[in-house]
Design a protein around this ligand. Sequence first.
Ligand SMILES: NC(=O)c1ccc[n+]([C@@H]2O[C@H](COP(=O)([O-])OP(=O)(O)OC[C@H]3O[C@@H](n4cnc5c(N)ncnc54)[C@H](OP(=O)(O)O)[C@@H]3O)[C@@H](O)[C@H]2O)c1
Length: 291
Amino acid sequence: MKVGFIGLGHMGEPMARNLLEAGHEVTVFNRTRRKAEALAEAGARIAERPADACRGDALITMLTGDEALEAVGWGEGNILGALPKGGLHIGMSTISVALSDRLADAHGERGQLYLAAPVLGRPEAAAAAKLFILAAGPADGMSRAEPLFKALGQQVFTWGDKPSAANLVKLSANFLIAAMIECLGEAMALVRKGGIDPRRYVEMLTTTLFAAPVYKTYGAIIADEKFTPAGFNMAMGFKDVRLALAAAEASRVPMPAASVVRDHFIAGLAQGQGELDWAALSRIIASNAGL
Ligand SMILES: NC(=O)c1ccc[n+]([C@@H]2O[C@H](COP(=O)([O-])OP(=O)(O)OC[C@H]3O[C@@H](n4cnc5c(N)ncnc54)[C@H](OP(=O)(O)O)[C@@H]3O)[C@@H](O)[C@H]2O)c1
């Protein structure tokens, strides 16, 4: 397929590479051109404006969040004006439910198709084409997107024809990971204060009752205090918990645990830790415990 790809960050770069490796013709746009040039060496065409990535069978966006998507959606050289009638936009960034609804309306008014398809999995999973894709939107868009999803992920979970349902599911999952980091951070601060070796503690947890990927991944990061390089940084974690709280507020769902996590992220950002892995939330908790 001919596919446009906008946003070559930690996630987008390996995803675009996988599309090329699967034999798709990929045209890439990135705000910072240097990152697009690296992909041109792997066979991608470079678009000079977001609009120039809209001429293929589908367009994928993988950008930071709402502000970035608003910039390419409605800003200079924008995708809404450039996608042809019947054109397909697959939005894979983690964005708000409200913006996803706005995009669905805007594309709908222009006779374009819009799927929301945010993902679970860090950059390592993106590189290995092992993402879990949470997709929602019109059925004809979904079938057109299938070969692209196949090149990017290991499994697709569909959530009906309203795109923002997929964003809601994604935000709820990221809230759950953040809350898990918070709880694991608290438990580990407690045992460390009692002189327990954190690595042995994590090994015990993850080989018994907590043998799940999130506990294994984040338990090791917290025990080793290895917060750089960040696979997913604290600033992004803060963004997602805020978006989950916004969705919760809109549908009148109290989420007190999310509010605690949000405040710890704010403390991390205030202390200049926004670029550390979001597991560094545990550092705020440890520091509050005098560790
Ligand atoms: N990292 C993870 O573990 C992970 C996992 C699952 C989902 N996600 C989600 O995937 C998305 C991408 O994450 P990432 O880790 O790849 O982020 P990233 O490395 O920070 O990359 C962000 C991308 O957005 C572009 N961008 C930011 N603001 C922009 C603007 N105003 N206009 C145009 N382009 C803009 C950046 O361009 P420049 O290169 O010019 O800065 C870059 O291409 C996010 O929504 C994130 O929540 C991430």
